[in-house]
Design a binder for this molecule. Structure first.
Ligand SMILES: Nc1ncnc2c1ncn2[C@@H]1O[C@H](COP(=O)(O)OP(=O)(O)O)[C@@H](O)[C@H]1O
Ligand SMILES: [Mg+2]
Length: 317
């Protein structure tokens, strides 16, 4: 039996919370990303993706809880964290009048890469993102897809282990998106850990080995992409309370083909519908016509099914 300690996760958060005034943008978020993951971070607009990435990038302090990057605390060991991450914000800076190489050389200098070495480093990252032909071009003259790839080159300049990419594919045409995805796969093969956010599950489902879905600052799913579909197929969860005999209510519910399962949990009945498309009024109708006294009917608090459908279709609030 091995006595080696398990490898440190690339990212681990516990109880991670960030409030803006009365709003909890992140609410006790638990997130684990393993080294080598190409990890999709999914949620509709306002779900808390950017807030999370900014905390991991040490640009924003958590209100409560902790976040570690390769074991280092983002609040207490920010400098060490900054060296191992490359953060690409959702909003690309405006350096339109700069040349491609000038721009990358500038960031190389910021990371204190010696001048003699910078030319090679800049050449290497441009090669990686497929922009070697554009060395002398003005940034403003590049297509949107190329600008995004240049943004990627910028965050690679200090050879970070973890990339935090905030919606890098948004606003790209399908071809530019495919090019971006191919580069990310290549980076994963090189051993990088990558977190990429999107509000569209479909955009990431063939790319990522794992995904997390957040909504209102809370984690609602984390695992393989396939698991999302399994959970969707299982349909939504309703919580039922009756003032009549709960055993009778359970029998009534179980007799319906629309109900996948019904079980007593803490004085309530947890009902899982057989499909995402089933109208939950079938539950109320079954109970009432069967003679049960229905006193409460509530959808699962986070509206899982609703969220899954929305992120799967690529809709936002
Ligand atoms: N600096 C800020 N001040 C106030 N509210 C903010 C700030 N940044 C984000 N928020 C709010 O926090 C929530 C999460 O935002 P964000 O992390 O940007 O979500 P996402 O990136 O998933 O769209 C939103 O309701 C947003 O309005
Ligand atoms: Mg965002």
């Amino acid at each position: 039996m091995s006595t080696e300690a398990p490898p440190l996760p690339a990212v681990q958060t516990a109880g991670l919370t960030r409030a803006f005034g009365a709003l909890k943008a992140l609410d006790a978020l638990e997130l684990t990303v393993q080294k080598g993951d190409l990890f999709g971070f999914i949620g509709s607009n306002g779900a808390g993706k950017t807030t999370t990435l900014r905390i991991l990038a040490t640009f924003l302090a958590p209100t409560a809880g902790m976040a570690r990057v390769f074991g280092r605390d983002v609040a207490r060991e920010a400098d060490a964290v900054r060296h191992v991450i490359g953060y690409m914000p959702d909003f690309f800076g405006v350096y339109k009048d700069m040349e491609v190489t000038e721009y990358l050389d500038f960031f190389g200098a910021c990371y204190k890469i010696p001048a003699a070495q910078r030319e090679k480093t800049v050449g290497d990252v441009l090669e990686l993102v497929g922009l070697s032909e554009k060395k002398g071009a003005l940034i403003g003259a590049l297509s949107r897809g190329m600008q995004q790839r240049l943004g990627l080159a910028r965050v690679l300049i200090h050879d970070p282990e973890l990339l935090l990419l905030d919606e890098p594919a948004s606003g790209l045409d399908p071809r530019a998106r495919i090019e971006m995805m191919a580069i990310l796969q290549e980076l994963q093969r090189m051993g990088k850990t990558i977190i990429i956010s999107s509000h569209i599950l479909r955009e990431l489902e063939t790319l990522c080995n794992r995904v997390a879905i957040i909504e209102k600052g809370r984690l609602i799913y984390s695992g393989p992409v396939q698991g999302v579909r399994d959970q969707m197929a299982a349909g939504r969860v309703l919580w039922v309370t009756v003032s009549s005999d709960p055993v009778q209510a359970l029998e009534l519910l179980k007799s319906r083909p629309e109900v996948a399962s019904a079980e007593p949990v803490d004085g309530r009945i947890k009902v899982t519908l057989a499909g995402a498309e089933i109208d939950h009024s079938v539950v109320a109708h079954t109970l009432v016509t069967g003679g049960a006294r229905l006193t409460g009917l509530q959808e699962d608090e986070l509206g899982l099914e609703e969220v899954f459908l929305r992120v799967t279709r690529g809709e936002t609030q």
